[in-house]
Design a protein around this ligand. Structure first.
Ligand code: NAD
Length: 328
């Protein structure tokens, strides 16, 4: 049994599980408490009220200082659930105190240089670094990836995504999904969006990505004050997949003769599946990390893939600011 500790008892660290409408485990603390491979040993937050509430609920010791906790508890695994500008400093601390696995929330960092240092430090010290892009822990998304890789959907033609709340904050989830499915685009162009992100320092951008001459993707930002949205519509020569409800469900279409017009073919909806994102993805994520620590294998959501996504974010901002496309 591995021992884990959580730094940051805010929303993703702990509080999401108090949302009465979420009927699944969505926090790191909840995931460790429900894991059969890992035991939660302590939690830390510099906010005394937050850490007390979390520690009382999980019935583990509370710490106000991360280093004090690492020294006293000697956890094998540490979750970093603090804002991105603190991730590097906390990774340094965790590595210094001999942890074997780090589950760091997305985005890996705000800066490419910090992200590189986090990856190098973990590699040098044989620490598994896992980043919290949760769709990578969802079997349904991997199922789609397998279908794409095996050619079952034919060739990709177009993709259209909609996101809210900042290109780094939520846009990075979208870019990570596109990296998982289609790897890095050949060219991109970013445009500043008038739709407000409400994340200080993290604006919204509309984005055009070209993967091949005949396969392009466009991403559109929305204002979260209007409503939340995270959707991706992908057209292939042999089918269409629409990821809707923030990834909680997927519409599957086959290409069939039109029932309305002679000679035309159309995508026809044949199934709507509820993805396992709504179930135990967070528990699966921490168990995956424990398995990686045991075997030395890279996580399926690792620092390198997160760095690729962060670089795309930086190029999108650069492209919009310089009013030019970027060849990758
Ligand atoms: N994967 C997802 O879908 C998802 C969802 C929400 C947030 N996140 C990510 O999780 C991270 C945290 O976001 P949040 O919304 O939970 O933030 P939050 O503000 O709700 O919580 C962060 C907590 O960290 C604490 N903290 C900050 N620095 C600390 C330090 N050095 N030591 C101890 N505690 C410290 C704060 O006091 C706060 O309680 C961000 O990187 C964010 O992007 C990911």
């Amino acid at each position: 049994m591995y021992k884990a500790a959580v730094i940051g008892c805010g929303r993703i660290g702990f509080e999401f599980d108090f949302d009465a409408k979420r009927d699944f485990i969505a926090s790191h603390v909840g995931a460790y408490v429900n894991s059969k491979m890992i035991e939660l040993s302590a939690v830390c937050d510099k906010d005394s009220k937050k850490v007390k509430r979390c520690a009382d609920s999980a019935q583990v010791p509370a710490y106000l200082d991360a280093e004090d906790m690492l020294v006293a508890e000697e956890p094998h695994i540490v979750s970093i659930c603090t804002p991105p500008d603190s991730h590097l400093e906390l990774v340094r601390l965790a590595v210094k105190h001999g942890v074997k696995g780090i589950f760091c929330e997305k985005p890996i960092s705000e800066s490419v240089r910090d992200a590189r240092e986090m990856i190098t430090l973990c590699k040098k010290n044989e620490v598994i670094l896992q980043i919290g892009f949760q769709r990578r822990f969802c079997r349904a998304h991997y199922g789609i990836k397998r279908q794409i890789d095996d050619g079952l959907l034919g060739e990709p033609l177009n993709a259209t995504g909609i996101y809210t709340s900042g290109i780094l904050n939520s846009g990075s989830h979208m870019l990570d999904l596109l990296l998982l499915y289609f790897n890095t685009p050949k060219m991109l162009r970013g445009y500043s969006s008038k739709k407000l992100s409400h994340k200080p320092g993290d604006a919204n951008y509309d984005v055009f990505l070209r993967y091949r001459d005949d396969f392009v993707c466009s991403l559109h930002a929305c204002d979260s004050n209007d409503y939340q949205m995270f959707e991706l519509d992908m057209l292939f020569t042999k089918g269409r997949i629409r990821i809707v409800e923030c990834g909680l469900s997927m519409e599957l279409y086959a290409i069939a003769d039109s029932e309305r017009y002679s000679t035309y073919k159309e995508p026809r909806l044949y199934n709507i599946i509820q993805t396992d994102l709504s179930k135990d993805f967070m528990v699966r994520a921490v168990n995956h990390l424990a398995n990686c620590v045991a075997t030395g294998h890279e996580s399926i959501s690792n620092g390198i893939s997160a760095l690729k996504g962060l670089k795309l974010v930086k190029w999108i901002v650069y492209s919009a600011e310089h009013n030019r496309e970027v060849v990758l």
